[in-house]
Design a protein around this ligand. Structure first.
Ligand SMILES: [Zn+2]
Length: 563
């Protein structure tokens, strides 16, 4: 007690001498003062909120800028730091790898999340990035909760914050998608929650985290909040003012079952039965509103940001991805979804201001990948683009193998633009794996719309530092990836003729927003190139904690307020 009084007095003395006696302090005192001031200023944010907007291209910030209000995206830009040339530095640009890379500060080469689904060479079957058959669902009776981060091999900054604070700082992950909640929250999370649609419409978890849902989650699930969004989805502003997107009626959009045209308005109460019940909400902006509602309840229910030990809330907004896949980059639906997400962000930040305190929390916002304009639309604009005919390629490739090797049985799997070979079988034929890989590379490169082909041998014996090759290498995990890697022509995709998708190393998939704002963040912007793995080391540096164990990114010192 005495000690505390003494140090308070000392502090008071320093403050007084700072304000009124500057001219008489000696050099020695001055350095003690500045040191003391520094220490008293170096308090960490009470809460770090990581926001990933699924499938958010960089140009959604700029294209819809004049439609945004002052409290959402614009507030982050006006008060915080805007990295305007931020990219993914690996292929493939999918949701699982994206979320893992943001939080681990590295790429699939090290964190091991090489796709959403991939062919497991040991189990000889396709696996899902967050699948874990050793755990059980919590909050539902079906298997939608059998999930954990077990396939992610490295730590996240959320893990490092847990370790640093002796497990006192909490981590909660929230997303409509299981992988969007689980991978960011890391291995040591207190909880990850994701949305289970169908006829349930509830937030669930797994026994990896807990044995039963906390009361606040059960209360939320019982509140009918999700069902309240079965209403009419019409544009937020008059549709005639949506000049930043194409005509509402066109041939490039999917739409919902039970409605002939993909045009506003959408009566969700009427459409839900034909579109998997509560799952329809995921493909509307209301999925993001529901995520915001739940994130706010999580902060209250878990008392996040209420003491001096930093907590982390990882929120991923997934509805943007479902809308993009369904309607495409230039649709009115995408524009409305971002206008409404901006409103949700404003509501969220206002809540944080009152609940945690303005200037007491730090937020970063980025995406897990971008998206290509609908190729059919690009074609109508004379831009080279199109669709890959996989069945034709497969037939021609099989014919080639039979001709060349008298067998095509050594192809185990083709997925994520990679070919997996049966090495044991190749051995038994008296062939060498490197030779087989090389022959296949030379065959496939002659196929239409195949721009590049690389062998695993090349990936592991060459050090690429630039271009698409380096992105492939950053995405290449020697233990998990395939024997042959294919790269298609720009804007050529394996997808239906409506809606957008993603996965490539081209700018439309790699260029995404990166915004920081709040405690410890300076105001500014840069066009200097930053990459997704820089985010976790930046947050680690801000908090003064260890970097994630395999982080390859660099802390962005220029975003951190040094005062
Ligand atoms: Zn997607």
């Amino acid at each position: 007690m005495l000690k505390r009084i003494f140090s308070s007095l000392l502090f008071l003395f320093f403050i007084l001498s700072c304000n009124s006696q500057k001219s008489v302090v000696t050099d020695e005192n001055a350095s003690a003062i500045s040191e003391n001031t520094k220490v008293s200023n170096h308090t960490n944010p009470k809460l770090v909120v990581g926001i990933v907007v699924d499938q958010m291209r960089y140009d959604y910030l700029t294209r819809f800028y004049n439609k945004y209000g002052d409290g959402g995206f614009k507030r982050m830009i006006k008060e915080g730091f805007n990295c305007r040339n931020n990219h993914f530095n690996y292929v493939p640009t999918y949701t699982g790898p994206g979320h893992a890379s943001v939080y681990t500060g590295t790429t699939p080469k090290y964190h091991g999340i090489i796709g959403n689904n991939w062919y497991d060479k040991e189990q000889k079957t396709m696996v899902y990035c967050a699948q874990d058959d050793t755990v059980s669902s919590v909050g539902t009776t079906d298997d939608a909760g059998q999930m954990s981060p077990n396939r992610m091999k490295t730590t996240s900054f959320t893990d490092e914050n847990r370790l640093f604070t002796q497990m006192q700082g909490k981590t909660i992950g929230i997303s409509l998608k299981d992988r969007g909640a689980i991978l960011p929250a890391g291995h040591t999370a207190n909880a990850a929650y994701w949305f289970h649609g169908r006829d349930e419409g509830v937030w669930i978890s797994s026994t990896f985290y807990m044995n039963s849902l906390p009361q606040w989650v059960s209360d939320f699930n019982a509140s009918e909040k999700a069902a309240s969004y079965f209403k009419v989805w019409d544009t937020y502003y008059d549709i005639s003012s949506y000049t930043e997107s194409g005509p509402d009626e066109n041939t490039f959009e999917g739409g919902f079952r039970g409605k002939e045209k993909a045009t506003f308005p959408y009566d969700l109460a009427q459409l839900k039965d034909e579109n998997r019940g509560f799952d329809i909400l995921k493909a509307t902006p209301y999925g993001n509103s529901l995520t915001t509602d739940f994130a706010i309840e999580a902060i209250k229910g878990e008392q996040l940001g209420q003491d001096s030990i930093t907590d982390v809330l990882a929120v991923s907004y997934s509805a943007t991805d479902y809308v993009g896949h369904n309607f495409g980059v230039s649709s009115k639906e995408i524009e409305d979804t971002y206008i409404r997400l901006d409103k949700d962000l404003e509501r969220f930040f206002e809540f944080l201001d009152t609940e945690v305190g303005e200037g007491q929390y730090t937020v970063f916002l980025t995406a897990d990948h971008g998206a290509v304009e609908v190729p059919a639309f690009l074609q109508s604009m004379k831009i080279p683009s199109g669709y890959l005919d996989n069945s034709e390629t497969r037939t021609r490739f099989t014919d080639y193998l039979n001709r060349k090797f008298k067998s095509s049985d050594f192809i185990e799997n083709i997925s994520n633009d990679q070919i997996f070979l049966n090495r044991r079988y190749i051995d038994s034929l008296g062939l060498h794996i490197n030779q087989v890989q090389e022959s296949i590379v030379n065959e496939l490169i002659s196929y239409k719309h195949v721009e590049k082909v690389f062998s695993a041998h090349t990936m592991t014996t060459t050090n690429f530092t630039t271009g698409i090759e380096s992105l492939l290498q950053n995405g290449y995990n020697q233990k998990r990836s395939g024997d042959i890697i294919l790269v298609a022509d720009p804007a050529y995709i394996s997808y239906g003729k409506t809606g957008s998708t993603h996965g490539s190393g081209l700018n439309y998939d790699t260029h995404v927003p990166l915004l920081f704002f709040g405690k410890g963040i300076t105001h500014g912007e840069t066009y200097q190139k930053t990459v997704i793995p820089d985010i976790a080391p930046t947050i680690s540096a801000l908090l003064g904690i260890s970097f994630p164990n395999a982080a390859t990114g660099q802390p962005l010192g220029f975003v951190i307020d040094k005062n």
